[in-house]
Design a protein. Sequence first.
Length: 647
Amino acid sequence: MNKINKIVNLKSNIVNCFVVCLLVFSSCNYLDIVPDNTLTVDHAFKSRYEAEGYLYGIYGFLPAFADPAQNPAFWGGDEVWYIEMGVINPRLWGIARGYQETTYPLADYWASYADTRRYDLNGGKPLFTALNDCNTFLENIGKVIDLSEDECAQWVAEVKFLKAYFHFYLLRMYGPIPIIRENLPIDHPGQIYREPVDDVAEYIVALIDEATPYLPPVITDVLRNMGRITQPVALAVKAQVLTLAASPLFNGNPDYASFTDKRGMPLFSQTYNTDKWKRAADALKEAIDAAQETGGIDHQLFDFVRETAYGSNLSDSTVLAMQVRGAATERWNCEIIWGDTNSSSANLQRLCQPKFISTQNSGELYQSYAPPLNIVEQFYTKNGIPVEEDKDWTDVDLYDVRQGDAEHRLYIAQNQTTMNLHFNREARFYGSIVFDGGTFYGNQRIFNDNNLWISNLLGVGLGMPSRHSSTGYLCKKLLSYLTSANETGGMTTENYAFPIIRLADLYLMYAEALNEWKTAPDAEVYEYIDLVRARTGLEGVVDSWSNYALQPGKPLTKEGMRDIIRRERMNELAFEGIRFWDLRRWKLAKEYMNKPIRGLNPRGETVDDFYQVQTVYPLKFEDKDYLWPIRQSVLTRNVNLLQNPGW
């Protein structure tokens, strides 16, 4: 566990009675209207020690990014499929299966502390209480007598950022939300309105702009403070906010033309504004520059050879496959701009860990984090373009089988029968997907790649109703190569800070924003996407399409490049909780989430039985699913609030 979590636990215990009292008295509804609890607040800010505990308590409201039971971006979409009797609570999987509703919403983040006493938030957190606590902190931190001026300024900046981020998280989920600028007095009627999405975005950006100059450029006390907010983190989130505001879901979306509040105020502008993309591009460039100029600890794209002790002993093929896997799981590597210290990656890795020998049938191997076939097909060929666009693949039967040979031995075991679809793919595919017959670097075999593990998924679904892949695949990318499973299934997990934002994400967003703003793609658009591709051995997009694609001119058009950038984000950032939100902001979720979940037959014990493509689940996504439903009891308490369309 990271040091900051230990500090949070220790100091939360010390100030618990004061903070709990504050929350109880200040959270009578979703607004968390603050009563006269001066004595309690004064005690919480009596000294630096108590105030720091309060600060860490606010950090504690951050979502548990690495927890599939609390992060809807894992099981709520089409990127990973789960099982009914899984070991980890499967409630958020219900979002993907159409179980979302208004009485008890899944992942309910529109809540206060009072709601947590009445209801199960189904994996959500009371973010309106978090906003209330941010305001309480900002109102009272000046009372602390033993806090230096510089440290006070930094803490204020951190809380302003957290206040902005909580607004952003709600905006991304619900669209228009109330802006909680300050806590309201006890005699306030509490009937406030949702604000237009553009106004909310502007407020978030303004808060981050206020905070950024007072944040440190880099964390110097690594053991104690990693995970706290820095200038690169703040600028990266600002860029995310502006990219969201420029994206089709929020930028002139005609689907919400009639969405007005009870004052008659439109909550979504109906004018598409290209300049929003220019503003997003400028913010992204500023964030990238800040990340790469942080006082001697520059953020750069992860390189497995440079940043580990083992890369120089491995073949080029293994290193290329480890580039993106290492970028996600190497603890605090140079590409991580913001990592999660609020939740453990241990359960996530247990879900991903495959078994290699028959005795690993129990213990901690959950082996049920299963990518569907559409994600397996999504990755590029070795030529750096989609399978369906590669002229070398026009006559290939994707689902026919063949045996591994010497040429492919570092990715596919020799003489092991597997599908054509698993041959001649890009390195990110081999670093991200566990497939039958594939090789596996890690699990204590890390000093060289002469004797790699072999994945055997035939019959993986037999006799293990709570521990198996539903699609015949597992996710390799989120499993640290330093994590290991013993002969009986016990695991030693190498915990890492799950990447909330890494540099490749910013590079690809920057390419996207530039492409949307410019009339046609140019060298500046290609530069940052090509940097990401080069890291795993791929040629640039123009050369790849020119040399191998059925439509060689695709990267030369704005529309073609838009499609390429989106596919690149899906491949590079797969399984990191990015696709779920990208499909929504692009207004593509309805297209992707109405395709059935497909997989192989996990109960097939023979090659012929296992390699049978089947529909695992028929997905259904409606227009209303782009925005979260608000709990009905919240609407009852505040008659000025309107439910999101369709709910």
